[in-house]
Design a protein around this ligand. Structure first.
Ligand code: ATP
Ligand code: MG
Length: 398
């Protein structure tokens, strides 16, 4: 932690609060990351000041989560989330506390947080506050719920996903009860919105250990989205690590594995239920369809695939072929794309208008364009306007 210090604008927020007599601490992910020696992505502050008091202290603020006591302070073109110490009331729906109450002390605020490693507070000067032994757990590489895991998951079922996600991201082990309670409380995950589940799955997919999803599946966290369990997909999920760390190809690989094993009917249904965007749904569905066949063997086959499915799906499919069945499809596709050779009527050296001038119309015109495309895919060096026009005239005369 010694060599990571918060940036000046963060210190300014802490000191402004402190100078007005309020308690103010860095808290949550940023403290955990500092202890781990990782630069935090964002900086969260907790304070004894009430939201209106925070708004009164800084000229530029946004009431981003005011109901939960969060005010975003905009400072020197950065933003810092400042949250009033709070404790959460009862949770009726395993998702949201019915009411939050602002409290005066830090320990109650830390007690409502999910894991010990996320329940550490650091004042601008002075001693770290760590009532649940978070520092020791970080040092040991352990994720442990603050309090009794079953009860904490009952309050908020998303914590089960968060536990697995942090474990995958940090390479930490889950403390025994923190893990076993995921198995016993997994049915509560059905109450979470598809969007939140989707975001958690995507975050897990983008870690270096996407195979953590096996634990999520085994525990039953994804039961609402899976149809049956013929086989164990375990040995295969690890193959996702061979995919680029990008959402689209990793979703595609996940779908391909689950589909192959009969855990989902189709990528389309699975991803639509999880509210993925249209491009991802289309691309992953096409990719799964392609994976039912063997990879293209020739340059021309790749061009045909590119013509039919476009670059997004072709790239995804090439990555999946390599990761899931082996081979060098990515290299082959890269070579085709780099060559700049024509694989679509849009790249032909003649246009539909040229053919209209030569008297072609409707179906005939379409067929001619396809004929020219097929020809140019075989003879890329002949994708020249005069030559193609000559070819059209010749074909017409015959
Ligand atoms: P990341 O680096 O992924 O942002 P983070 O720990 O900062 O990790 P956030 O989702 O930004 O995670 O949440 C900030 C803090 O708020 C957490 O560290 C934790 O203390 C608390 N927190 C967030 N979500 C929950 C939750 N569902 N239950 C309890 N505490 C939570
Ligand atoms: Mg965060």
């Amino acid at each position: 932690m010694a060599n990571i210090t918060p940036p000046r604008y963060v210190k300014q927020v802490l000191i402004t609060l402190q100078s007005r007599g309020f308690l103010a601490y860095l808290v949550g992910g940023c403290v955990r990351d500092m202890i781990l020696g990782v630069h935090p992505q964002d900086w969260d502050v907790c304070t004894s000041a009430l939201p209106d008091e925070v708004r009164g202290l800084f000229p530029h603020t946004a009431p981003t989560g005011i109901r939960h006591g969060t005010v975003t302070v905009l400072i020197h073109s950065h933003s810092v989330e400042v949250t009033t110490f709070r404790s959460d009331g009862s949770y009726a729906d395993h998702r949201h506390p019915e009411a939050v109450s602002f409290v005066g002390d830090l320990t109650s605020d830390l007690a409502r947080r999910d894991f010990t490693m996320n329940a550490i507070a650091l004042p601008p000067d002075g001693l770290i506050a760590d009532p649940f032994g978070g520092v020791e757990d970080i040092e040991k590489g352990i994720i442990r719920c603050v309090g009794e895991p079953e009860r904490r998951y009952e309050e908020d079922a998303l914590r089960m996903f968060r536990a697995l996600r942090f474990s995958a991201r940090l390479g930490f082990a889950l403390e025994e009860k923190t893990l076993s309670a995921i198995y016993s409380k997994a049915p509560l995950a059905a109450s979470l919105s598809a969007e939140r589940v989707r975001d958690e799955i995507e975050k897990m997919l983008l870690t270096s250990r996407p195979q953590i999803l096996l634990t999520a599946i085994e525990a039953g966290l994804l039961d609402r989205y899976l149809i049956r369990r013929k086989d164990d997909p375990c040995s295969e999920l690890i193959r996702i690590t061979a995919m680029p760390k990008k959402a689209l190809p990793r979703w595609a690989a996940l779908c391909a594995i689950l589909e192959r094993r009969g855990w989902i009917d189709s990528a389309h249904d699975f991803l639509t239920a999880l509210r993925l965007d249209g491009r991802t749904v289309r691309c992953c569905s096409e990719c799964c369809e392609l994976l039912h066949t063997s990879p293209p063997r020739t340059t021309k086959e790749w061009k045909k695939l590119l013509n039919r499915y476009g670059v997004d799906t072709a790239s995804c499919a090439a990555q999946c072929y390599d990761a899931l069945i082996g081979g060098r499809s990515r290299d082959a596709l890269r070579a085709v794309l780099k060559s700049g050779e024509c694989f679509s009527v849009r790249h032909l050296a003649v246009t539909g208008d040229d053919l209209v001038e030569l008297g072609l119309r409707g179906k005939e015109l379409g067929e001619m364009l396809n004929f020219l495309l097929d020809y140019v895919m075989d003879y890329p060096e002949n994708n020249r306007r005069e030559l193609l026009l000559q070819l059209v005239r010749g074909t017409e005369e015959n």
